[in-house]
Design a protein around this ligand. Structure first.
Ligand code: PFF
Length: 455
């Protein structure tokens, strides 16, 4: 028995837990603050269709590849890649992909927890009625005030990180298993309630027009690249979550169909989030935005100015927290698992070290936000935009590209076939072709475009 297999843990007994875990990882801030805005800005329906094509032709095959490596190697990213390299008589240099995935996860987390912290703070503000009947200017000032106060941010983000660490600490079955069975139903319920609220109180027609009408004029080559980048990010490809969760999945699951189910679910949540947010934004005559401006200015203003907005606004921000929690745990677990396997640390030691590191980095993010000019903070160079740019434009595509080359070109096809034996021969050939040709070409295109016109 090799080290990877010997270090393998008892995973989940049910396929549903695996699908829920991947879903909880996929649904995150990307669904709530990016997708619907991008759809509206980049051409409406043609953008949505392009995104779906990219999701199924590029992101899904890559996620299947990650899960295949995990279920083959039964370990964290590094151990599983080592096992897979050994089995196919390849250089162990391929394990570098695993380390790179861990680094990417830590860097994404260090700004992700900051935003999750803001969301926790806003749930409290909403519930306390801070935004009741406030003007847009007052809501904007409130956000700037929060950004200028590192201590308050640190308090909320520490709380969030503690929560995420708690679930990871309790291990695969009692921690992650429990979280995903709770988080996914809670997410669906809260979102359904919010869409209904938005339907009753917002301007659904304007929102539908913004999201789904066909605006060819806005649909540029850039839109295709944005759709592709978003498809990769939203499925959570590139930080080793697919590998770790694939290692915990029960043997003999239909990997392809499971990942496709996750992709469909993730897209539905993103569309529903658009229908929860934009009707209220438009009903209050706000211009559509994305990112922090959408979540922390337009949305609180919109909720603050409708009846019962305090309650539903608080629900909205709790939804953001729960979505971010599943994603944070998915980024923490591969790193923790890797340290446990490579350095033979106990789970508690690994969790303490990784969360400590993320906490320190996120402290840096918060402090750099304070020094950035608070009104146009995102335009300034700060650690937040830096980590975001480095991961989205460079690290995530790099890990995804190397994974595609490793699994598509280097691993022995017989091994892959065994892992995917529940899928048809047609599916297998199609998947392998997409992984070998389409995915690398698409990712290289993203990287090249980012080099030429960053941002
Ligand atoms: N998919 C998440 C989102 O849309 O916000 C981000 C993410 C989660 C990336 C988990 C990577 C990951 F492992």
């Amino acid at each position: 028995m090799s080290i990877a297999r010997a270090g393998a843990v008892q995973g989940w007994n049910s396929r549903t837990t695996f699908v829920l875990a991947l879903s909880a990882s996929a649904v995150g801030l990307g669904n709530l603050w990016r997708f619907s805005y991008l759809a509206g800005e980049y051409g409406g329906a043609p953008f949505v269709v392009t995104y779906i094509v990219c999701l199924f032709l590029v992101a899904v095959p890559l996620m299947v590849a990650e899960v295949v490596v995990g279920s083959h190697g039964r370990g964290g990213p590094v151990a599983a890649l080592r096992w897979a390299s050994d089995r196919s008589l390849l250089s162990r240099g391929w394990t570098a992909i695993g380390w790179l995935a861990c680094l990417t996860g830590v860097l994404i987390l260090s700004y992700y927890v900051v935003v999750a912290g803001w969301a926790l703070a806003y749930a409290r503000y909403m519930q306390a009625g801070v935004f009741s009947a406030a003007s847009a200017a007052v809501v904007g000032e409130q956000f700037s005030a929060l950004l200028a106060e590192p201590l308050r941010q640190v308090y909320w983000q520490s709380l969030f990180l503690l929560l995420a660490a708690g679930f990871v600490l309790f291990g695969v079955r009692r921690g992650l298993g429990l979280l995903v069975w709770l988080a996914v139903p809670v997410l669906i319920t809260m979102l359904a309630v919010l869409v209904k609220f938005s339907f009753d109180n917002g301007d659904m027609v304007a929102a539908r027009e913004f999201l789904f009408s066909v605006k060819w004029i806005d649909f540029s080559p850039r839109a295709v690249l944005v759709a592709l980048g978003h498809a990769l990010f939203t499925l959570g490809v590139g930080v080793g979550a697919g590998i770790s969760y694939g290692a915990y999945a029960p043997g003999r699951i239909p990997i392809g169909r499971s990942v496709m189910a996750v992709a469909v679910f993730d897209t539905m949540i993103a569309l529903l989030a658009g229908l929860a947010i934009f009707p209220l934004v438009f009903a209050n005559n706000m211009a559509p935005a994305m990112g922090p401006g959408l979540l922390f200015v337009s949305v609180p203003y919109a909720f603050g100015n409708v009846a019962q907005g305090e309650l539903f606004g608080a629900v909205f921000f709790l939804l953001v927290v729960v979505a971010a929690l599943g994603s944070a745990v998915a980024m923490l677990e591969p790193v923790v698992r890797t340290l446990m396997q490579q350095l033979r640390w106990r789970r508690v030691t690994a969790v303490l070290l990784v969360t400590g590191l993320v906490w320190l980095l996120s402290l840096g993010v918060v402090l750099s936000l304070r020094t950035a000019e608070s009104t146009a903070w995102l335009a300034n160079s700060n650690l937040f935009s830096f980590f975001d740019a480095v991961t989205a434009q460079f690290l995530l595509p790099l890990v995804a590209l190397s994974t595609a080359v490793f699994v598509g070109w280097r691993l022995r096809p017989e091994i892959l076939r065994v892992e995917l034996y529940r899928e048809s021969a047609l599916f297998f050939s199609l998947w392998r072709a997409l992984l070998r040709y389409i995915a690398p070409a698409a990712i290289m295109l993203i990287m090249l475009a980012n080099l030429v016109t960053p941002g």
